[in-house]
Ligand binder design. Sequence first.
Ligand code: ATP
Ligand code: NAG
Ligand code: NAG
Ligand code: NAG
Ligand code: NAG
Length: 327
Amino acid sequence: PGPGPRLGCAALRNVSGAQYVGSGYTKAVYRVRLPGGAAVALKAVDFSGHDLGSCVREFGARRGCYRLAAHKLLKEMVLLERLRHPNVLQLYGYCYQDSEDIPDTLTTITELGAPVEMIQLLQTSWEDRFRICLSLGRLLHHLAHSPLGSVTLLDFRPRQFVLVDGELKVTDLDDARVEETPCTSSTDCILEFPARNFTLPCSAQGWCEGMNEKRNLYNAYRFFFTYLLPHSAPPSLRPLLDSIVNATGELTWGVDETLAQLEKVLHLYRSGQYLQNSTAGSRADYQRLPDSTVPQEDYRCWPTSNRERCHRLEEVESSSQISPVVQ
Ligand SMILES: Nc1ncnc2c1ncn2[C@@H]1O[C@H](COP(=O)(O)OP(=O)(O)OP(=O)(O)O)[C@@H](O)[C@H]1O
Ligand SMILES: *[C@@H]1O[C@H](CO)[C@@H](O)[C@H](O)[C@H]1NC(C)=O
Ligand SMILES: *[C@@H]1O[C@H](CO)[C@@H](O)[C@H](O)[C@H]1NC(C)=O
Ligand SMILES: *[C@@H]1O[C@H](CO)[C@@H](O)[C@H](O)[C@H]1NC(C)=O
Ligand SMILES: *[C@@H]1O[C@H](CO)[C@@H](O)[C@H](O)[C@H]1NC(C)=O
């Protein structure tokens, strides 16, 4: 994986440890280990999935139905390739092979991720959640200015994304669309969501202005930002975070401004400037100690996200022993 030769059918000949990862309406995803040891994801049309199943029931044409479903996978593969970005799942290659009854079945080979579990995310640190929101901001900025035009994700739910090293990446692109909506007046430009509708302007060229980017933004607000950004954030960053949540929920900003504000939060956090105004502590209380570690690593487990490197102090505390901990 990585830059270098593309993977093809040869790479799939001797994979090991195949494991089912998940499936949706059309596709099934498996995790496999390549002969070199790297783990990758394989995506193919799910032969027992709803999409193929309902088509075959209706039309009785297995090969034709396969081609229809495989078209979605093919479209996704082309988009992964054309939209390359750190927050778009990386395509490593693909393989066409004949199966028992269907010629030329397509398997795509991509970077492996972990499913986005919202409940789990709500229990991680604010830093982890902010990283995901920033990833999403960078992705939406890229989609709005992509070489193909402004790309919108018609099906935008957490399950269309995976996490790779704590970064959010889009994996399901079969419902992406590039064309903006044509209009004769703004009454043609209504963005509908379950809790809220927005009317956008109709441009002189006859397109709904910014509709693709604003659809993405509001979805980012309702599925991610509103849950992940403010909760347990450093108090001094709250006003800025609240303004990001509010502006995306009201669609008052475009994608450029939204990303600029998210990057500003990153800058304030990274530089330590966010500590200057807080009552919890000032920057003078902290000192940078390069290459330092905590010798005993005896901090408590529950507030840390690093489960392997903490002592189970809370177990001792709950049994009210006061003695050094030996794990
Ligand atoms: N690269 C990957 N690594 C790990 N898991 C993945 C990867 N790609 C997809 N998945 C998981 O597999 C599931 C199915 O993939 P995908 O969303 O592409 O299929 P689909 O049939 O288009 O689904 P949907 O009906 O949601 O549109 C996803 O919900 C996701 O959790
Ligand atoms: C496939 O992998 C197995 C186990 O790693 C190895 O013993 C075998 O030689 C490999 N076969 C080929 C054709 O590479
Ligand atoms: C949005 O518009 C649709 C269609 O016009 C309407 O049925 C729905 O009630 C509206 N929803 C809200 C929250 O205003
Ligand atoms: C944004 O802020 C205004 C003013 O406080 C408030 O009325 C509105 O409900 C907020 N919108 C969202 C989506 O949070
Ligand atoms: C800290 O306070 C200064 C001065 O009041 C202000 O300009 C700056 O934006 C504040 N920073 C944060 C992170 O709130």
